[in-house]
Ligand binder design. Sequence first.
Ligand SMILES: Cc1cc2nc3c(=O)[nH]c(=O)nc-3n(C[C@H](O)[C@H](O)[C@H](O)COP(=O)(O)OP(=O)(O)OC[C@H]3O[C@@H](n4cnc5c(N)ncnc54)[C@H](O)[C@@H]3O)c2cc1C
Length: 463
Amino acid sequence: MSLKVAIVGGGISGLSLAWFLMAGSNPGEENAIEPVVLEAEERPGGKIRTEKADGYLPEWGANGFLDNRPHTLEFAQGLGLKPLRSTDASRKRFIFLKGGLKLLPESPKAFLASGVLSPLGKLRIALEPFIRAKMDDETLAEFATRRLGREAFENLIDPMASGIFAGDPAKMSVESCFPRIKKIEREYGGLIKGMMKLGKEAKKTGKGPVGAGPGGTLSSFPGGLGQLITAAKTALGDERVKLCHRVEGIEKLKTGYRVHIGGEGKSSFVEADYVVLACPAYEASLVLKDFDNGLSRLIADIHYPAVSVVSLGFKKEKIPFDAQAFGFLVPFKEGRKILGTLYDSSIFPERAPEGHVLLRVMAGGARASALAMLPDEKLLSTVMGELGEMLGLKADPDFTRIFRHEKAIPQYPLGHLERLKKMDEMVAAHRGLFITGNAFRGIAMNDCIDNSFKLAQNIISVS
Ligand SMILES: Cc1cc2nc3c(=O)[nH]c(=O)nc-3n(C[C@H](O)[C@H](O)[C@H](O)COP(=O)(O)OP(=O)(O)OC[C@H]3O[C@@H](n4cnc5c(N)ncnc54)[C@H](O)[C@@H]3O)c2cc1C
């Protein structure tokens, strides 16, 4: 008999899980796994969606993934897609510091000559190998200040936390948010020591990232990330991706589960052997409310601050700065009202009509959620005001799109790992129930896909 798996949520986590289940089982055979994705909205993709308007190709949420994770590449390849690598120009990245853009150095030699840190700040980094390793988890701010010094934390690490998590480094758990970095400290006693050893190993074997960072090249697809979602939906088919199916609760049957679907006055249900919650934690909490109240409460308060993405198109000649780069991030201490700006049309080709550029400004995040939810006109004037003051960009945009994420990116504060441990124990008490998605073990698309791959292997092995 085939095994039916109901997957709640058709974001990248749910879609890739369905695909890995299909790819790894034996369709048509007796023990085949039959996934069905139940998606609340009219379209799949969750935080991944590409718009196409007036010759521009703005991304609604995520804008790329690093091409060094095999399961993402396997997923894309299985769907017949070839990743599009970012341009060489996008290796140039800036930090907005002391009123101007400072180039982020790409090598230790360039770092010594760069203006991102004062001579004292650079000296403090040179002392990093002498700082004792700490085994326990701590906040990103504590970790970075302890190992690298306050200036490096404020100028370099803080904007990175904004750029990836839209988070507050004074609350983020370093181990949950950047497990590789904490692992390097634990295993090698320090970041510089670890990077040198790993660099040597990588050179010898030709494998693995050289630095403490994740490595890889930022990638997308010619039609934007939305192409991945469309291809996944097509490959799975309408029978396996049910849109406008908002799950409201689950109920245990003698064998398997009944999944209750609501919406627009009509309710229905689906029965399945296994249920996977791949929706945001606050939604999973609602689904679980009457099923396991303790588990529901455990994940209810995972915080998702608001972020708005403001996409702006301009004629090239109106841009008064060098937009042939990746873009810039803004340290919190600069006191600006935006988190950063990506130069979309320089990162990937054909994101703007000939002779135009597409910029993408992020506002909001854990330290300024209210800003992201300003009314459209106010948000646009705030963003334009900032670009004017910061970069001298005074022209009105020819193209504008505002993409709101009222609950944008889940935050992993100190204590997140203990929450996960408890969650795993509670979930294990319900045979056939699983929870995945970006609220738990990584927010990057790559992490979501990796976790779905692992879960698919787990389901296939126990089925
Ligand atoms: C502005 C922004 C920029 C980002 N940039 C990047 C980036 O450049 N690179 C990167 O790797 N990551 C980026 N991320 C993060 C990444 O996009 C997400 O972590 C990832 O896409 C989450 O996928 P998911 O499937 O786990 O969750 P989601 O995308 O949130 O999908 C969950 C799905 O569940 C559905 N759902 C909710 N409730 C129910 C219910 N009751 N019943 C049925 N369905 C339900 C939702 O409609 C949604 O489709 C960014 C995120 C944001 C917000």
